[in-house]
Write a protein that binds this ligand. Structure first.
Ligand code: NIG
Ligand code: FE
Length: 413
């Protein structure tokens, strides 16, 4: 497939550029008046229209993208899209002033989702997650990470991970699976933390490893959830099974989760709505990616992460959706880019890089995704006609994505 007359081919980073740190985040190379050739699911070549080779310009399968931009697909590195039911009953409580912690303490929150998931069949979970994923893909997402964490028992966590595995086998986009059994203490283990940790380390982890069901291990390291020492123990156990950490840190308090994640060489530490100087210092010299989730702050009404501080401290910043039924009932990465600009004060170029190349890096896939380079996987989208690049985040709440291309072919969903 050949796409011609592209107003701007976005994110033509050198192929060896695998993540963007600090000031580099502002560097978003755009090739104007461009063409791109896709072959065998990969990006075969690209260039400017004035120098398009004659043998290419006559190829039969062509799309003219006049007035339109071509982007690498969004890489959404943090989601919880396998769940049994939405939780809009909590929506009204939140509006009336109840906090996320208060709702959780009253039996809502994660435990509410876990109760509903126990009874859901694998087929039903697969169907509902598929519908969410199709919707995300239509809005430009071309790679995704999905977590367990609403099972909270050996059987139900495995059920969730098997659903994620089925999604991997069914959908034409790369998917990474994360074991998040340490999302909350189930009711039965409320006063027996050691017992639940033992269940995870002695029963669940071996079973997950045996079926090769997870790429990463996550822990909700937070007051009222998992402490630093519990997180430490869980991440050490995960490492024995080859699971690298990607953890929930500093969402509701300065929890120490960032430091323990970095100590364990986490691929990413996610949320960071609460940061202090030591968090910035810790991430400034680390390869652990700071993944910020602005649509979670938007929905819960909690502070937005200090993105500028992190960029200025030379950290690697990515953005992701956090799509889940409790804190972020949306997987629209176009809105994440807008919030990245409007609320995190990232420039459009920075927010776009954070949702593409750095998002891919947060799933260890930036060698094959997240930018436009020869040999990378041809997961792209063509926008509607747009006056400029900044129009995409500027037109918040809308999707400028017109045509989705996955593995070099138009996706019809
Ligand atoms: O990333 N904070 C932990 N986990 C999710 C929310 C889970 C839920 O409320 O169901 C998050 O925000
Ligand atoms: Fe999350």
């Amino acid at each position: 497939m050949l796409i011609t007359n592209i107003k701007g081919l976005v994110g033509v980073h050198p192929k060896e550029k695998l993540s963007l740190r600090g000031q580099e985040l502002a560097d978003l190379p755009v090739l104007e008046d461009a063409w791109i050739l896709l072959e065998d699911g990969l990006i075969k070549d690209f260039g400017t229209m004035d120098s398009i080779p004659a043998q290419i310009s006559t190829l039969p399968s062509q799309i003219s993208a006049k007035g339109r931009y071509v982007f690498p697909s969004w890489c959404d590195s943090h989601t919880h899209i396998v769940f049994a039911a939405p939780r809009e009953e909590e929506f009204a409580l939140k509006i009336a002033g109840k906090s996320y912690e208060e709702i959780a303490a009253a039996g809502g929150g994660i435990l509410n989702s876990a109760r509903k998931l126990q009874d859901a069949s694998e087929d039903d979970l697969f169907e509902s997650a598929s519908a969410r994923l199709r919707d995300m893909i239509k809005k430009g997402t071309g790679a995704v990470e999905i977590k367990s964490g609403y099972g909270l028992s050996v059987a139900s966590e495995l059920k969730m991970l098997r659903v994620i595995q089925r999604l991997k086998q069914t959908f034409p986009i790369p998917i990474k699976a994360t074991l998040l059994a340490a999302h909350a203490y189930p009711q039965a283990y409320k006063n027996d933390h050691t017992g639940y940790i033992r269940l995870i380390t002695e029963e669940l982890l071996p079973a997950v490893a045996k079926e090769n069901l997870a790429n990463y291990m996550d822990v909700f390291c937070e007051q009222g959830f998992f402490s630093i020492s519990e997180t430490d123990e869980l991440l050490s156990a995960g490492a024995q099974y080859g699971l690298k950490p990607k953890i929930h840190a500093n969402q509701l308090s300065v929890s120490g989760g960032v430091q323990i994640g970095v100590q364990h060489h986490a691929v990413s530490v996610d949320h960071l709505e609460e940061t202090d100087g030591s968090v910035l210092a810790c991430l400034s010299s680390s390869d652990t990616i700071a993944t910020l989730l602005p649509s979670c702050s938007f929905y819960l009404g909690i502070p937005f992460a200090n993105a500028r501080g992190l960029v200025n401290a030379n950290a690697i910043v990515a953005l992701a959706s956090d799509y889940n039924p409790g804190s972020t009932p949306s997987g629209n990465m176009n809105f994440v880019v807008s919030l990245g600009c409007i609320k995190l004060k990232l420039q459009p170029q920075e927010a776009i890089n954070a949702c593409t190349l750095n998002g891919a890096a947060a799933m260890e896939m930036s060698h094959e995704l997240g930018s436009i380079a020869i040999g990378k996987r041809a997961n792209l989208f063509i926008t509607r006609p747009m006056p400029s690049l900044a129009f995409l985040p500027y037109s918040f709440g809308q999707s400028q994505v017109e045509t989705v291309i996955l593995n070099g072919e138009v996706y019809h969903g």
